[in-house]
Design a protein around this ligand. Structure first.
Ligand code: UD1
Ligand code: CA
Length: 469
């Protein structure tokens, strides 16, 4: 069924989340790189909500800024400055619900595992039943802390009892309120005004809306097909468990689309991995990372905001951030590509090579032990082991440019700003302080002298000195 009635979602997120023991509001704690409340908002949109109102209170500015950055004006906020309960939170949101929204989908900001299918099923069941409100329920293995579903002998929902208000008999009930509801908005607006705080906490409970509906019409209790997706996050150990579930879902989605993702890889939400890419064990992919078709990211590599083109090979334990890796390029093992590293197609960057704001052009190679910062390495150039771009004078950064086909001998220092011409040759161990013309050889090192027979005399002298001292 596609969009049978306009739905506005309300997400309750004004609470503090004391049990997280954190300066960060609970709903901004991240799972797979994405703040908790974003997952809930995404699920609401995916389920067909036209717009979303998030009720904010604790950490209001931070929560608002985070939502605005991700969703723009598709998400509005309503402020609940004092937390007087879930019913009061809904009351605060209602003025922001569009007049023509027929249904309201009510969610909590701390249930990041919710799936759109489940929400759509709840909505469709609500519409089909004609009930003014429906509650998503499940049988909890441990119901402690949850509101219990009260049903009459015929199985009809009559109300919800909060754990702290419940009698021992009621506490024995396994069916719990997930905190997800669909309500007809006209009914909800009327019912919210009639709530009263006669409960253990002296709060307005949104759950009492269900009892009201049951008395005056019917309330639907709709059992979820997968209890696991309803879990609420109250502490960091629940956060960790939920994040593992989400990592599993992300990896499975990519596998179904044709990528190989090993079980211990951790791929954040929003990362793109194309078919036939291989993501090996222990790899972490974050941010706006994209991995092209057939590329391999080998064991233990950590890539943040890195674009990897098709067929590239990123060998084990490479660390990259804000970098581009071209088609069939080879990186690692143990390479460090920092911000604005641009490695073109077929280029090689090897072990213990660090790049920053540097372009390594097509087919160029820097295979071992180098620092290449603020530079440009021309097509097919070769940068030997131990080469350093001396880019920093303590105040400013300077550029090093190497022309196409140039050869930089091992253990050379290129003191920037400096330019090495096309097809030039820098002899091993040279400190280059002046530009090198095209096709020239630059050599700057002390001439070697061999003193025949000197080694044994030297050894005898050192031995004697040691005995004396
Ligand atoms: C609530 C339900 C309970 C259900 C459980 C499911 C009520 C009274 N109880 O209990 O039946 O089993 O969820 O997880 O509704 N919030 C506000 N403003 C407030 C109070 C809460 O925005 O004044 C927000 C919180 O930030 C949170 C959500 O509402 O995201 C739920 O509040 P919480 O205090 O966690 O309710 P529970 O005790 O878990
Ligand atoms: Ca809760």
């Amino acid at each position: 069924m596609s969009d049978p009635a306009p739905v506005t979602a309300i997400v309750l997120a004004a609470g503090q989340g004391t049990r997280m023991k954190s300066a960060v509001p609970k709903v901004l704690h991240r799972l797979c790189g994405r703040p908790m409340v974003h997952w809930v908002v995404d699920a609401a949109f995916a389920a067909g909500a036209r717009d979303v109102v998030v009720v904010v209170g604790h950490g209001r500015e931070e929560v608002e800024a985070s939502l605005a950055a991700a969703f723009g004006d598709r998400v509005r906020t309503a402020v609940q400055s004092v937390q007087r309960g879930t019913g009061d939170a809904v009351r605060c949101a209602l003025p922001a619900v569009a007049a023509d929204a027929e249904l309201v989908l009510l969610l909590c900001g701390d249930t990041p595992l919710l799936e759109a299918d489940e929400l759509r099923a709840l909505r469709d069941a609500t519409i089909a039943s004609g009930a003014p409100v429906a509650v998503l329920t499940c049988d909890a293995p441990d119901a402690t802390g949850y509101g219990r579903m009260l049903r009459d002998a015929a199985g009809r929902v009559v109300g919800i009892r909060e754990h702290r208000d419940a009698s021992p008999e009621e506490r024995a009930i396994r069916e719990v309120n997930s905190g997800v509801y669909v309500a007809r908005s006209a009914f909800l607006r009327d019912a919210i005004d009639r709530l009263s705080p006669d409960n253990a906490q002296g709060e307005l409970y949104v759950t009492d809306v269900v009892a009201l509906a049951a008395r005056e019409a019917t309330a639907l209790g709709f059992k979820a097909s997968t209890a696991g997706s309803l879990a609420g996050i109250n502490d960091r150990s629940q956060l960790a468990a939920a994040e593992e579930v989400l990592y599993g879902r992300i990896a499975d989605g990519l596998r179904r689309a044709g990528a190989t993702v090993r079980t211990s890889a951790r791929i954040d939400a929003g990362v793109v991995v194309d078919p036939d890419a291989v993501i090996e064990h222990g790899v972490v992919l974050r941010g706006a990372t994209r991995v092209g078709a057939g590329a391999t990211i080998d064991v233990g590599s950590v890539l943040t905001d890195v674009e990897v083109a098709a067929g590239a090979m990123v060998k084990p334990y490479t660390v990259g951030s804000g970098a581009f890796i071209g088609e069939k390029a080879q990186i690692g093992p143990f390479s460090h590509l920092r911000a604005d590293s641009h490695i073109e197609a077929d280029a090689h960057v090897g072990n213990f090579v660090e790049t920053k704001k540097t372009r390594i052009r097509r087919g160029a190679k820097a295979n071992h032990l180098a620092y290449l910062g603020d530079g440009d390495v021309g097509e097919g150039a070769n940068v030997g082991a131990g080469t350093i771009f001396c880019n920093y004078d303590g105040f400013r950064k300077h550029r090093t440019e190497i022309g196409p086909g140039a050869f930089i001998g091992s253990d050379s220092q290129l003191v920037a700003p400096v330019r090495i011409g096309a097809n030039a040759y820098v002899a091993t161990g040279t400190t280059v302080t002046r530009d090198v013309p095209d096709d020239a050889l630059a050599i700057a090192r002390v001439r070697q002298e061999n003193k025949e027979g000197y080694a044994s005399r030297l050894r005898a002298r050192f031995k004697a000195a040691k005995k004396d001292g």
